[in-house]
Ligand binder design. Structure first.
Ligand SMILES: [Zn+2]
Length: 173
């Protein structure tokens, strides 16, 4: 297992659309990638992580909103939302790839997902409330969308300016 560096916005991999995991890619190697992603997520700490955040442009996410690390862990390859509730839920979301930014986002309160395990088994489950928020946030990453894309142009440029200032300060330190 390994803790991987998490990319931060703006980064081209974070803005790119992830590609599907191909049939030939399921297996032990993908299982290891998911385990490394989970370890990276717990270390951060976070409740979800998408492969583009560690520089892998494939449709893979890990989530865990359980009380203790590991209790709610899911590895989702090629996740697809196949049903969405009309009812929505608004959450103040944060993202490991956009530090120090909190954005209120309205999401579907319930979503049904299909996906495959890293070993290729087909899976299906309904996610509700906070878990529904997490899977929708992570699937956004697979579409190349990060929280920074959901704020006003003014807030975005202010965030990027502050980021530059911090980088300059760090370079001088
Ligand atoms: Zn995120």
């Amino acid at each position: 297992m390994a803790i991987l560096p998490i990319l931060t916005a703006p980064h081209p991999v974070l803005s790119a659309q992830a590609r599907k995991v191909e049939d030939s890619e399921f297996g032990a190697e993908l299982q290891t990638l998911c385990e490394d992603m989970a370890e990276t997520m717990y270390d951060a700490p976070g409740v979800g992580l998408a492969a583009p955040q560690i520089g892998d442009g494939r449709r893979v996410i890990v989530i865990d909103s359980g009380e203790t690390p590991g209790s709610g862990l899911l590895h989702l390859c090629n996740p697809e939302i196949v049903e969405r509730s009309k009812e929505t839920i608004t959450w103040a979301e944060t993202c490991l790839s956009v530090p120090d930014l909190e954005v209120k986002v309205s999401r579907h309160k319930r979503v049904r997902l299909t996906w495959r395990s890293p070993l290729g088994e087909p899976k299906e489950q309904v996610f509700e409330n906070f878990e529904a928020v997490i899977v929708q946030h992570e699937i956004d990453h697979l579409l190349g969308t990060v929280l920074l894309d959901r704020v006003s142009r003014f807030r975005r440029s202010r965030y990027l300016q502050q980021l530059k200032k911090r980088e300059r300060a760090a370079a001088m330190a």
